[in-house]
Design a protein around this ligand. Structure first.
Ligand SMILES: NC(=O)c1ccc[n+]([C@@H]2O[C@H](COP(=O)([O-])OP(=O)(O)OC[C@H]3O[C@@H](n4cnc5c(N)ncnc54)[C@H](OP(=O)(O)O)[C@@H]3O)[C@@H](O)[C@H]2O)c1
Length: 338
């Protein structure tokens, strides 16, 4: 299975590393032989129809920040992902460029072009889905390609496939979740140690859990993206991020935490879909299954007749998210093999 990898950051590199390290197991257990024939980052592209030397690509990216180390034969500075997707034969395009929520670019164009070229697509980038998920699903259907995006919600925790496949036959009445590890780390720290928001945020930044500009996480936008993707995939809605009522955690104070504590509650950033979709800080009982601490994610499905079912796991991380790409590749392989 020939793969073009677009985006070679934390997730892209972890994916390449997994393909390299797990090659034997993937072939023995799943008949899967992924061959990365193209890697594109912001600077240019590496191309090798025989398969890129992954160890060399990783070493080059880590030491030089580009793929230049692969040599003049393979490295094409300035070559764009769109050019590579159009010119290079492959079965699967993996999209792992940064999430952008105004137009969903550059990911949206990468996905559309790949689908129009008849490539199956695996996307970990939430931007294109938060903005244009129904249109992308239709485009994939029209071009008869598979469109997988397991890593967009829950990182390596299989939230989407769990809900879609394991809850078959149950009615899902509502979905509530703690879907952003950064916000959860900050709120957990404020609650446990009585520190102010700005100190908890500074600690999250120091530990690498929060970006220098934390708006996307603490403003509730990341949670909203994941809610849109989950609702559309699991409940069959046709939402975009514009349909979500979003309040982040920036207004949460130490006093709010103390008041909640007095009632046996904690304050959490909850994404919820029932009749409408919303993201906001809410009080939940300390005994509630969604009360996970640190950077963990949790998602509860209120189902009939089975009742509430909650899934907990690491919601992010390069390796964890790369494992979701492997899951998607296995599913694509299985579908082809049928
Ligand atoms: N990290 C996680 O735990 C996690 C979990 C779930 C989902 N995600 C999503 O996965 C995506 C990737 O995350 P990440 O952590 O790997 O991000 P990252 O480390 O910032 O990597 C992004 C990569 O995209 C490349 N890129 C940027 N613009 C590009 C363009 N126009 N064409 C080609 N490549 C381009 C960058 O190139 P340069 O290296 O040259 O700058 C970089 O290699 C994001 O959308 C993120 O939201 C991440």
């Amino acid at each position: 299975m020939r793969v073009i990898l677009v985006g070679f950051g934390a997730v892209g590199q972890s994916f390449a590393e997994l393909v390299d390290q797990e090659a034997r197991k993937l072939e023995l257990d799943y008949g899967l032989r992924p061959k990365i024939v193209g890697i594109v980052d912001h600077h240019g592209a590496a191309i090798s129809p025989e398969g890129i030397d992954i160890k060399k690509a990783l070493a080059s990216k880590r030491s030089m920040k580009t793929l230049e180390g692969l040599g003049a034969g393979a490295y094409h500075p300035g070559k764009s992902a769109l050019e590579v997707i159009k010119e290079l034969e492959c079965e699967v395009v993996v999209e792992s460029t940064p999430t952008e929520l105004k137009k969903g670019e550059p990911g949206l164009s990468h996905l559309k072009t790949a689908m129009k070229e008849g490539r199956n697509v695996i996307c970990v980038n939430k931007g294109p889905l938060a903005i244009a998920m129904p249109a992308l699903i239709e485009l994939a259907h029209h071009n008869q390609v598979m469109f997988k995006f397991s890593g967009t919600v829950g990182g390596g925790t299989p939230v989407l496939d769990f809900a879609k496949k394991c809850l078959e036959g149950s009615k899902i009445r509502s979905i509530s979740g703690i879907l952003n590890g950064t916000s959860n780390f900050i709120l957990s720290k404020m609650s446990a140690e009585g520190v102010a928001m700005k100190d908890a945020l500074a600690e999250a930044q120091k530990l690498g859990y929060a970006e220098a500009d934390p708006t996307y996480d603490i403003g509730g936008f990341d949670t909203a993206c994941k809610l849109v993707i989950t609702s559309n995939y699991v409940l069959g809605t046709s939402m975009s991020i514009k349909d979500v009522d979003i309040t982040g955690i920036t207004g949460v104070t130490k006093k709010d935490m103390d008041v909640a504590k007095g009632k046996g509650n904690v304050v959490k950033l909850i994404g919820r879909v029932e009749k409408g979709a919303s993201v906001s800080p809410l009080e939940i009982p300390v005994t509630h299954p969604l009360n996970v601490s640190g950077t963990f994610n949790a998602i509860s499905f209120d189902t009939y007749p089975a009742g509430e079912i909650t899934l907990v796991g690491k919601g992010a991380g390069g390796k964890e998210t790369a494992s979701s790409i492997i899951r998607d590749l296995i599913e694509i392989r299985r579908t082809f093999a049928r």
